[in-house]
Each structure stands twice: as C-alpha cells, then as structure tokens.
Ligand binder design. Structure first.
Ligand code: XIL
Length: 300
C-alpha cells in the first residue's frame, strides 16, 4: 500500500489525523490529509466550548465543517470530546454541583444527538485522572460533582447514540508502570464488571522527554484489551520525530488484535499543537514525507 490509510486497512485498522477547520482552505494540507488518512478527529471543533458556547445554545458550524470534509473525502470520524475539565466555555466553568452535572448530561445529549449515527467512536470523557503517583482522579469541577460523574457520562452517551463506540481518553496512560495507567485500568475493569457501558480506551500517546515511549507500551495495550475493550491510539505525536519510536508504536498496536487504529495529532510539523520545532509528526512543514512516515508505512 502507498498511503497510511490503505496500509492500515490491510489489517482492518484505520490511520487517522486531527483536522483543524481553519486549515481546510490550505490545499497543501488537504491534499496530504485527503490522500493519507481514513479517520478524522476535529482538533478543537467538537469540544465543549466550540459546540455549546452559550448554555443550551449549540453551535455545530465548525464541527460540521470538519465532519463534512471528512465524509466527503471518504473518511470516518472520531468525536472529541464531551466531558473534560479543559476547554470548557465560561458559563460551564462557573457551574458546580447538580447544576453542572445536569449541564454535562445536557451537553452530551445535545452534541451526540446532532451527530447521532455518524460518529465511529466518541471520547466521552477526556483526561479525568491525575498525573503523578496517586493513581486517582484529577480534581476538577466535574469531579467535584461526585465520583460517579464518569459513569453517568458513559450511560448518558450510550443512550444518546447506541451506534457510537464510547471511549475513555487520556495522556500518560501509555506506560504500564505508571500509577495513572493503573488508575484508569482499574476504572475500566470496574466498569466492565458492573456493566457500565464502555467500548474503548484512547491512549493519547503524546511522547516527549518527560513521558517517553516505553517498551511496556505493548503490555499496556494488551492489558486494556484483555478487559474487553478496544484500544485506539488517539493523539500520537513524538517529540523529535524518531522513526524508530514511530515504528515501535505501530508494531505494538499491530501485535494486539483489539488495537483498532492509530491517529496522529496533526498533519505537518507546522500543524502540530507542539509547534514546528518539536518535529513531532510525519510530514515536514513543506509537506514532505519524513523518515518517520516511511517507518510507519513500512511497519503497517
Ligand atoms: C489541543 C489542540 O491541539 C490545540 O489546538 C488546543 O489549543 C488545545 O488542545 N489532549 C487532548 C487534545 O485531548 O484535545 C489537545 O488538543 C491536546 C492534548
């Protein structure tokens, strides 16, 4: 195969990227994205602040722009994200308690209702676990509504769109030896045991010198999969762009049948949220394929 999407499809997987609506007028960008990837995540356009800027008033203009571009170009879409402590609109930041809990439920229903039947998988809850050694929840306004907020979000999501896979998504849950990974693992195990609807775990996989790729990544993927959920690599970028590390990530996913797809968090280095100096993606700023691209294509 000569593209990332076609190569991933050989094993029934997808290869995606994050798309920014503001770049859809850049033909160099859309040429690469259109050719190489078969799954799309809106980089910001389906987040809470974008979709519900005023309480109870939904705006899907930018989200639909990304969605329509994807579908018109034959790609599926991952939804990102419904319940998160970050990128909340100002009105939501002010809420607490049962009012916030109800606002979260209304938000999930509003966004998932709009995209009902159209989304492959939703990151229902994003980044709910704390960094460091606690293995516990991150403090946030959502967490302060009660520890059951995550399962309420998932139950709401299942009812809102039964066709979408429902994912828990986080960063720094790649390294099996880290407390945060174990915290999320224990939550997913508990959800499966109690019948809380969850279909997938998203490993963001933002690798850098503070949270480098570790060879136990395959163990992490296998361990989550063994709980009975799919694993998706949802926001991959590797600071410095090591071709070897990119190949390791692909090989680890391919080693686990339930690792169903990989998404890189942007197209060219100049599109990366980390800045072009991080050189973290598969294409350089001129749209040329990097060594990491070839390593990924060959590994798929
Ligand atoms: C980032 C986007 O790439 C930026 O454009 C934005 O300014 C901040 O958010 N984890 C996530 C993503 O789940 O939504 C984040 O995306 C990167 C970290």
């Amino acid at each position: 195969a000569s593209t990332l999407g076609a190569a991933a499809a050989q094993s029934g997987r997808y290869f995606g990227t994050a798309i920014a609506s503001g770049k859809l007028g850049d033909s160099a960008y859309t040429t690469i994205a259109g050719r190489e990837f078969d799954m799309v995540t809106a980089e910001n356009e389906m987040k809470i602040d974008a979709t519900e800027p005023n309480r109870g008033q939904f705006n899907f203009t930018a989200g639909d722009r990304v969605y329509n571009w994807a579908v018109q170009n034959g790609k599926r879409v991952r939804g990102h994200t419904l319940a998160w402590h970050s990128q909340q609109p100002g009105w939501m930041q002010q809420l607490s308690g049962s009012t916030l809990r109800q606002a979260m439920i209304n938000h999930i229903n509003g966004v998932m209702g709009h995209y009902k039947g159209k989304i492959y998988a939703w990151d229902v809850v994003n980044e709910a676990y704390a960094d460091g050694n606690s293995g516990g929840r991150r403090d946030s306004n959502l967490q302060r509504t009660g520890n059951d907020w995550i399962e309420v979000a998932f139950r709401t999501a299942r009812a809102a769109d039964p066709a979408a896979k429902l994912c828990y998504n986080d960063y720094n849950i790649d390294n099996w030896s880290w407390a945060k990974t174990q915290g999320v693992y224990n939550m997913v195990r508990d959800f499966k045991a109690r019948g809380v609807p969850i279909d997938c775990v998203g490993l963001q996989s933002h690798f850098n010198s503070n949270s480098p790729y570790n060879s136990n990544y395959r163990t992490t993927i296998q361990s989550f999969a063994a709980l009975g959920v799919d694993v998706q690599i949802t926001e991959l970028d590797i600071q410095g762009g090591s071709a070897t590390t990119y190949a390791n990530v692909v090989n680890d996913c391919l080693a686990v049948p339930r690792c169903t797809g990989i998404t890189v968090w942007g197209v060219r280095d100049t599109d990366s949220w980390l800045g072009s100096g991080a050189a973290a993606l598969l294409f350089d700023g001129n749209g040329n394929k990097k060594a990491a691209y070839t390593a990924v294509l060959n590994a798929l």
